[in-house]
Write a protein that binds this ligand. Structure first.
Ligand code: GDP
Length: 528
């Protein structure tokens, strides 16, 4: 009976309002793993909802997980780290982004309610950050900014604010402001309260930082010129109206900014605080039918990532599902919206790196790993009760292309099956080209590592050795049948059919080549 009470709509609404589901967007080396560890450290200190670390083992989950990736040469998972902080349940979804930057990285952003843009103070906005930010912009995801590595020399704080505003058109609204230039970090002034928080790396550095409020008059005396500079900069910010505005933040046109150093846990607590105080909880999700699925409706969720054979010993296939509405209970029988077939959720797990915990219940915003999910594919909706279906996940424009061939014709059937599997999981997009024929499908990917992953998996899981020949294309645009005909008259361009959805993609060696061709044929449809 008590479970029924929990399952009540108001219970679900309360649970949803306690959730914050976000991802960190950054360029490799900006400090994402360090930040994840720093957050996990807080989780360990304050008690955690999902077991993450081996107790007392600071190296913990993040590094283990990378070791496994390196050893296996493939991306293991994009999973969720869950912990509680101030009565809020925080789900941090991992955005794989090192060597294996891929569509998976983008797709994670379909499952979050907000994002933290992590910038290296010495580098500012970098290419991968820009790409990920673009997806956030397209999806209207509110973005908080954390300027990392303030403990060592970097750009000027105001210059970084300018860069954000000029290059991505997001209005930075710093919530804290550093006292001391990058490399001489003394602490931050909280712009909303005017208080100064002195920050110091704890001795040894591997633990929570020392943070203490200090009387501004005393801080002024102690930090002299650094203090004066900071207050002058604050006056400038006040004049330009760079104050936090919740409405524009939620509309994804302004970004609250914090300064810190993840490696020493400086500023990480403030990040947690703004996640709790400002970041949006799960909201009603638009359905394919054009309605909104409120969080307190019956259970629904969608699959944003598939991962086969995570666990060699079990040869399993895990579907990562983000819950959109209702209460999920392990063992419940849900309906697969695509086929109308029932799906049993006996093996529901919370997965992060090598750690797996059985999940018994979960709420909107949470991520559940469904094991043995061979019947599921990316973008699939699961629900109970009245049918609901969420729109298919977007396909992201590939930038790398390669022809796949197997010289051994006896393995051709397995080659086909393997390719279907990889396409279904979204490891690569599979394209067919008229010229090349069925025997030589083209793999397309957002990141080149995906080719290696695909080849590795075809060999180890399907026993098929493939040869991949990179094609000299970098840009793809959607076109139509008329476009295909027009493009036959042009050189250095091919039109291919994406197997997954039948879309026609025109591929070009460079953006300028695409522009030239488009300029010559004004009637040509090309959508990037
Ligand atoms: P990722 O590639 O974004 O996951 O970056 P990592 O977390 O692996 O960090 C890259 C490097 O930057 C590592 O050597 C970290 O120790 C270092 N690093 C991360 N955060 C900070 C920071 O706040 N200050 C300094 N000085 N180094 C940092």
């Amino acid at each position: 009976m008590s479970q029924n009470v929990l399952a009540s709509a108001s219970g679900v609404a309360v649970q949803a309002s306690r959730r914050r589901t976000f991802a960190v967007i950054s360029h490799p080396d900006a400090g994402k793993s360090t930040m994840t560890e720093a957050l996990a450290l807080h989780a360990r200190v304050i008690g955690q909802a999902g077991a993450v670390h081996g107790k007392g083992d600071r190296r913990g989950v993040v590094s283990d997980w990378m070791a496994m990736e390196q050893q296996r040469g493939i991306s293991v998972t994009s999973a969720a780290l869950q912990f509680s902080y101030r009565d809020t349940v925080i789900n941090l979804l991992d955005t794989p982004g090192h060597a294996d930057f891929s569509e998976d990285t983008y797709r994670v952003l379909t499952a979050v309610d907000s994002a933290v843009m992590l910038l290296d103070a010495a580098k500012g906005l970098e290419p991968q950050t820009l790409k990920l930010f673009e997806v956030c912009r397209q999806r209207g995801i509110p973005v908080m900014t954390f300027i990392n590595k303030w403990d060592r020399p970097g750009h000027d704080a105001l210059a970084l604010m300018d860069e954000i505003e000029q290059r991505i058109g997001l209005k930075p609204t710093p919530l804290t402001w550093p006292v001391g230039i990058a490399g001489q970090f003394q602490g931050v002034i909280d712009r909303r309260t005017g208080t100064f928080v002195r920050m110091e790396r704890s001795p040894g550095g591997a633990d929570l930082a020392i943070e203490e409020e200090m009387d501004p008059a005393e801080a002024a005396k102690r930090y002299g010129a650094d203090w004066d500079t900071a207050t002058e900069e604050l006056d400038l910010l006040a004049m330009t109206g760079a104050d936090h505005d919740q409405e524009t933040f939620l509309a994804a046109t302004s970004t609250p900014v914090l300064f810190g150093a993840a490696v020493a846990n400086l500023g990480v607590r403030q990040l947690l605080n703004i996640l709790v105080e400002l970041a949006p909880p799960p909201a009603a999700r638009p359905t394919a039918a054009g309605t909104d699925q409120p969080v307190d409706a019956a259970f629904s969720g969608f699959v944003f990532k598939m991962q086969a054979n995570m666990n060699r010993a079990h040869r399993d296939q895990v579907a990562f599902m983000r819950i959109c509405s209702g209460r999920f209970e392990r063992g419940m029988i849900v309906t697969h919206a695509g086929t109308g077939k029932p799906f049993a959720t006996k093996y529901a797990q919370q997965i992060f790196g090598q750690g797996r915990d059985t999940i018994d219940e979960a709420y909107p915003g949470d991520v559940v790993g469904l094991v043995n999910a061979t019947a599921l594919g990316i973008g699939d909706t699961l629900h109970v009760g009245e049918r609901v279906q969420f729109p298919p996940l977007p396909s992201f424009p590939p930038e790398h292309f390669a022809v796949a061939r197997t010289s051994d014709t006896s393995t051709f059937k397995r080659f086909r099956r393997g390719i279907e599997q990889l396409d279904g999981e979204g490891v690569v997009q599979v394209l067919r080209s008229e010229q090349r024929g069925d025997q030589a499908p083209v793999f397309a990917a957002v990141g080149p590592m995906q080719f290696e992953v695909a080849a590795f998996r075809l060999e180890t899981e399907f026993g098929v050795k493939v040869q991949l020949d990179h094609l000299p294309y970098e840009v793809a645009a959607r076109t139509d049948e008329a476009g295909r005909e027009i493009l036959r008259t042009e050189s250095n361009v091919e039109v291919m059919t994406r197997v997954r959805d039948g879309a026609l993609l025109a591929v070009f060696p460079h953006r300028w080549r695409m522009r030239t061709v488009a300029g010559r044929h004004p009637e040509l449809r090309l959508d990037t």
